[in-house]
Design a protein. Structure first.
Lengths: 299, 328
């Protein structure tokens, strides 16, 4: 708890942690929004969400090694993961979409292990990063440092999110996706090809996960095992913010990023992962008691 | 021979085989000891997942807690080997049960997929906590004390210990499933709200079931920790990606919601794994992931479920219509 005193003595440290957390949070928001999309439209909780982020990170890393600037790798990684998501839907996911939720959770959990171990075997367990070559900003006379790439990644995450929202609002396919989310059967009656809508939804989700993974590779590191924490974070954010509310998702994600950063500083970095998973349990249990007071259950 | 005599002969042959196996295949004793543990894993998972419809991904939590508690007592209590092991196993089982009772009202109030993901988080969080806690060796893990007997005696001893554990679990659960308690669990699986409306205190039943599950898993944790001779927080004790998933997979492979399905699934899975694992040369875990996807997507009814569909009359037990719809 020594670090807590340090935090009180030096408030600027708190500003630093808050800023870093918020900048991470925007990246969490992307994968969370993707999870909410798939959950809302297909009724499927994708446990392999974090692995899509991881694969996006590796895509950006390999593009970077091929000589492409990481910022241009963001859309490319998104495009690559779009294709990957499409293939994944057409090969596996479509078989579990209308099964009960446990089957789909277990199947995507298996996919998550599969992808993570494939990455471990093919790419190695080393920690990789895509160097952007941008400088660092110094605020408050050097007491608070912000690497510019984090700011750029924050902006890119917001831009990607805005792009997705516009896609859902303005295009014909976006309209079909929203219609299917409201009532799949009615949409089918009205002539919407829900199979194609599901494939698009899952591929879109993979694409924004890929973009967020590329941002992760630029600002932090990628390794084969980073997936599950991202899945859990996305799940937490969706539970707290609800589905389809962009502002709430963003707010919850920024809050989670900041909370995680503070917890990592106060309890020590080795407990940061434990904090994420315990927070998930705490949120679920808290919601269960909160709903029980109103004579409801979390379904 | 009448059907009953046949069954008796089969039982006697099975028991004799189980007792004689270490003498027949001495090189495979620890793998076969693990086979009995796998049977316990699948059976205890099925108590919640199959019979009660609560699909837990975090039962490995109790296994790890039992393992750590047992080895901690063995290390610090200053008793002889067998006294330490006995006391440690008891402590592990008690601690697991206490933990299940404590967490029960909060966690078991979650329904369906929230329960699944919540328990997944619980299991991983436990591994992360153990990996940072210096008392239990942090990330470096712990080493249980050396077995005092002659070389090779350890495997034989733990083979019989694990066999005894499995031989304890199966009849207890069989009794349970035939009793009113088993009926309540099935009622919770089929429609929890209705069960509650009928006046059953569902949370109490659910917590009890979880405690039973935790008891056997806690006991097996101590045995496995000593059998393997090394505890790692994330790879052995709270191994969500191996033991934790295998539990689910074995129960589903054999047929969840049945008594013998998990046993069958555990035997098939463990034998296949031990026989073919070495051929995969580093691709084992990739194969495991693929196996999960294939089994879940193409074979969710399991071996017994498939056999019942094929020969509905011959399965000996009453054919009940419990499809996957039960686990909403």
């Amino acid at each position: 708890m020594d670090n807590l005193r340090l935090l009180i003595d030096a408030p600027l440290l708190g500003v630093q942690l808050l800023l870093d957390g918020i900048l991470i949070g925007a990246i969490f928001a992307l994968s969370a929004y993707g999870m909410a999309l798939v959950w809302g439209v297909m009724g499927l909780i994708n446990v392999a969400q974090g692995e899509l982020v991881m694969l996006g990170g590796y895509a950006a890393f390999f593009l970077y090694r091929a000589g492409i600037h990481p910022l241009f790798a963001v859309p490319l990684a998104g495009a690559a993961l779009f294709l990957f998501g499409w293939v994944l839907y057409r090969s596996v996911i479509f078989r579990v979409v209308d099964k009960d939720l446990f089957i789909s959770i277990l199947a995507t959990f298996g996919l998550s292990i599969l992808l993570q171990q494939l990455a471990n075997t093919l790419f190695g367990a080393d920690v990789r990063t895509a160097e952007s070559g941008l400088g660092t900003l110094f605020l408050f006379g050097g007491a608070v440092t912000v690497s510019q790439i984090k700011l750029v990644a924050f902006a890119a995450a917001l831009l990607t999110g805005a792009f997705l929202v516009l896609f859902l609002r303005r295009t014909r396919m976006g309209q079909a996706i929203r219609a299917t989310a409201q009532n799949a059967r009615a949409a089918r009656v009205m002539g919407v090809d829900t199979g194609a809508v599901y494939a698009w939804t899952f591929a879109l989700n993979a694409a924004i996960c890929g973009a967020s993974g590329a941002l992760v590779a630029m600002t932090w590191v990628v390794h084969p095992y980073l997936g599950l924490p991202y899945t859990v974070r996305s799940f937490m954010i969706v539970i707290v913010a609800g589905m389809g509310n962009v502002a709430a998702v963003l707010g919850a994600a920024l809050g989670l990023g900041a909370a995680e950063n503070f917890a990592g500083f106060i309890f020590g970095a080795e407990y940061q992962a434990a904090f994420v998973f315990l927070l998930l349990v705490a949120i679920l249990v808290w919601r269960r008691f909160w709903l029980a007071r109103e004579r409801k259950v979390l379904r | 021979m009448s059907r009953r005599a046949l069954r008796r002969v089969a039982w006697a042959a099975g028991i004799a085989l189980a007792l004689l196996l270490p003498a027949l295949l001495p090189a495979w004793r620890s793998q076969m000891a693990l086979l009995w543990v796998m049977i316990v894993f699948a059976l205890t998972w099925d108590l919640l997942g199959g019979q009660m419809g609560y699909n837990s991904f975090g039962n490995v939590l109790f296994f790890g807690v039992g393992m750590y508690a047992c080895v901690l007592v063995q290390r610090d209590a200053g008793l002889g080997y067998f006294a330490g092991l006995f006391l440690g196993s008891a402590a592990g089982a008690l601690l697991s049960v206490a933990l299940a009772a404590l967490l029960g009202s909060g966690i078991l109030g979650l329904r369906g997929h929230y329960f699944a993901i919540g328990t997944l988080g619980l299991g991983i969080a436990a591994g992360e906590l153990a990996g940072g806690w210096d008392l239990v060796g942090a990330g470096g893990g712990m080493v249980p004390p050396l077995y005092p007997g002659e070389v090779g005696g350890r495997e034989t001893f733990f083979y019989y210990l694990c066999l005894a554990l499995a031989a304890l679990t199966l009849p207890v659960l069989a009794r349970l499933y035939k009793s009113r308690f088993g009926l309540v669990l099935n009622a919770i699986r089929d429609d929890e709200d209705k069960a509650e409306a009928m006046g059953l205190r569902t949370t109490r039943y659910k917590t009890t079931a979880w405690c039973i599950c935790a008891f056997f898993l806690g006991l097996s944790g101590g045995a496995v920790g000593n059998l393997l001779g090394f505890i790692d927080p994330r790879e052995v004790a709270f191994a969500g990606a191996t033991f934790g998933v295998w539990m689910v997979l074995m129960a589903i492979l054999g047929g969840k919601g049945t008594l013998w399905g998990p046993v069958l699934g555990a035997v098939v899975f463990h034998l296949t794994k031990e026989l073919f694992w070495a051929w995969l040369l580093g691709w084992q875990r990739v194969a495991l992931g693929l196996l999960i996807v294939v089994i879940v997507v193409f074979f969710p009814v399991g071996i017994l479920g498939w056999a019942r569909e094929k020969w509905p009359g011959r399965s000996g037990q009453r054919v009940e219509e419990v499809g996957p719809s039960a686990a909403k």
